[in-house]
Design a protein. Structure first.
Length: 160
């Protein structure tokens, strides 16, 4: 069962890449007292994720900020090195916080895992986007069956 609107984001440790290497960051640090758009995807460097999902949030980062969004975060069940390198290759800069859920603990806590072992990718995250205010989910858009229709930046902008 996945997290629902009105529920609180669970406290889980994630990782992000810094100039000094991987660093832990807690969800409480990301979400507390802030309006956050978190979008998650099955994998860094994959076609839809690299051609549309992440770039859309980079392009629309100023418009999201104008709607009161404090943090835009991209999450994948990958390690911090991969997420950091992918962010660099996509020219993310400081527009999107690239988060690594290396063990999938956060994704599992949200109930949004996606089993891609048949495709040799292991257990990953479903593709989704959520809006949280002070750690409480206000909107949750989960894609169905490999689609990319409701978790894009343009759709989230319309919700705000």
């Amino acid at each position: 069962m996945s997290i629902k609107i009105g529920e609180r984001i669970p406290n889980v440790r994630l990782a992000k890449m810094t100039a000094d290497g991987p660093a832990e960051i807690g969800t409480e640090e990301i979400f507390a007292g802030k309006k956050v758009v978190l979008f998650a995807l099955p994998g860094a460097y994959t076609p839809t994720c690299s051609k549309a999902h992440l770039p859309g949030y980079v392009v629309h980062s100023d418009a999201l900020a104008a709607k009161g969004v404090d943090v835009i975060a991209c999450l994948s069940v990958n390690d911090a090195f991969v997420m950091g390198a992918w962010g660099e290759s996509q020219n993310v800069g400081d527009k999107v916080l690239m988060l690594a859920d290396g063990s999938g603990a956060f994704t599992e806590a949200l109930g949004l895992t996606l089993d891609l072992t048949a495709n040799h990718m292991g257990v990953r995250s479903q593709r989704y986007a959520l809006v949280a205010e002070d750690g409480v989910v206000k909107h949750l858009n989960v894609e169905q069956g490999g689609e990319f229709k409701v978790s894009d930046a343009e759709t989230i902008l319309k919700l705000l």
